[in-house]
Design a protein around this ligand. Sequence first.
Ligand code: SF4
Length: 630
Amino acid sequence: MVSSISLEQLDRILPLVSKPARYTGGEVNAVKKDWSKVDVTFALAFPDIYDVGMGHLGYKILYSILNQRDYVAAERVYAPWVDMEAKMREHGLPLFSLESKRPIKEFDLVGFTLQYELSYTNILNMLDLAGIPLRSCDRTEEHPLIISGGPCSVNPEPLAPFLDVVYIGDGEEAVLEIVDCYRQWKQQSGSRQALLQSMAQIPGVYVPEFYRVEYGAEGFLRERRVIEEGVPARITRRVVKDLDAAAYPERFVVPLIEVVHDRAMVEVARGCTRGCRFCQAGMIYRPVRERSLETLKGQVRALLANTGYDEVSLTSLSTGDYTCIKDLIIDLVKELGDDNVALSLPSLRVDSFSVDLAHEIQKTRKTGLTFAPEAGTQRLRDVINKNVTESDLLAAVEGAFRKGWDQIKLYFMIGLPTETDEDILGIARLAQQVLRMGREIRGAAGKAGRVQVTVSVSSFVPKPHTPFQWEAQDSMAELERKQALLRDNLRHRGIKFSYHDVKASFLESVFARGDRRVAEVLEEAWRRGCKFDSWSDYFRFDLWMEAFAAQGVDPYWHGPRERQEDELLPWEFVDTGVTHRFLLRERHRGYRAETTADCRFDACPGCGVCPGLKVDNLLVGGATGGDHQN
Ligand code: SF4
């Protein structure tokens, strides 16, 4: 028996909270199905507020794929903001979906995306608000199956006790298999154990409770054992081989309030093979698969017609690398120009070609341009394999100033392996050079005073499945010292400096590389009041430290510590396709400041993905570097 929440009660609460439209649903293109006519209900749960979650492309894709099946109803739910949560708890209103206003507890499946380590407490908070037991072992056949996917799933261990099922890979590949498996089980009304057993048979699916981990005397992970018969020891990532043929939504739900990424989006490609050694996305989404021009143009047309948006963004990890980017932009500008539809490229490469593209699509509205040189010296850029030179950057910036941009944002990372103060000072030197160049060029048009350079600096967090997964993270004190050094050397009118909270980066590293023991701390911290940790106003580092102490878990050991190369790592059972050998080789090439070429344009350096997962780079603009190496 399913029931909607009390709508009268909701109506009473909504005028009392900020942005009530976050909770009303009823948007254009939202899909509301009759529950009596579907077999399976799926709540797509985003562990942050509506304003953030509505811009998330992965959920739009899943929402569309699921709702195209007549036997599935997929609905959305976001984390209620603190004011709404307080009112819901006060009135005993459980977490509910936007479409049918049903309690989340009534759904068959609840899927969370693991986008960011600092959203993990929100997952616990949402489960609690839904009235669903936090731990998988406390759930019965009466409860929904709690499933997760997304980038952080490549190390799901810090969330292991809370998740029934983890899916690793491209969502499109398996979401229907998962739903069909559930449907079959439901029709046969089997036990929860039987459901988990059959889920574990789906390639790419991991059921944490079927594995036991043991630790050695010094706290190192000693063994991972499969404790359920017939489930795989390793979980191999699933990959969409032909992105062009993959489903893509033609109707985005159009939000009622302003949200992040509020525009039509087409995903031009998935994956990146540039091989930056710190970048998790660049390792876990290999190889590169591009969509054809015709498909993309068709998707843009359909999306604009169905949503009324006047902006389209061309997304991917590195859109400037799409092999037919110029043709795509020329065609789209020609087609859309008369309708006043704006195009945007969210990620620019550090080169003049990208500036030309940006110029092509931003002829009138010249907002700022962002480049990511990542490091301040050539030596360090070679260590991280950021195949960008200072002259590339200066040429790109010069082009931008000449074409009329006044604002340039430069994105860097500090705390990178082998970094010295010289590298830090290199950031300041580059920023000043860019400012000088801007004043000179824009000065000729009488606009020197408008030139602004923003230096945005994040802290390196070692991530699983990257060549730098073994690295130590700088201590918080060291990162703060480097930030101060940079600040002192960037005091200049015309230069703005922004940086990340080192405490947040510290915690991110604990949950990025942690094992099951940090799950206890996660629950403890949430019980002490931690949530919305990625929102600086709500981040309570003091409570986190209390939680670590209460659980007797050393955050320094789980987070910043350098890992031994022969250490069993908590995430090693996840096979992303990139081999351990390649990651290790890349780590050592990094130490020698040896760069590795991009296999799209050069020979294959042998990451292992293509032969291992039986997939290939699929470039619409031409062939790749040839045979795969080992
Ligand atoms: S196997 Fe070779 S071609 Fe394929 S993604 Fe890896 S490096 Fe590139």
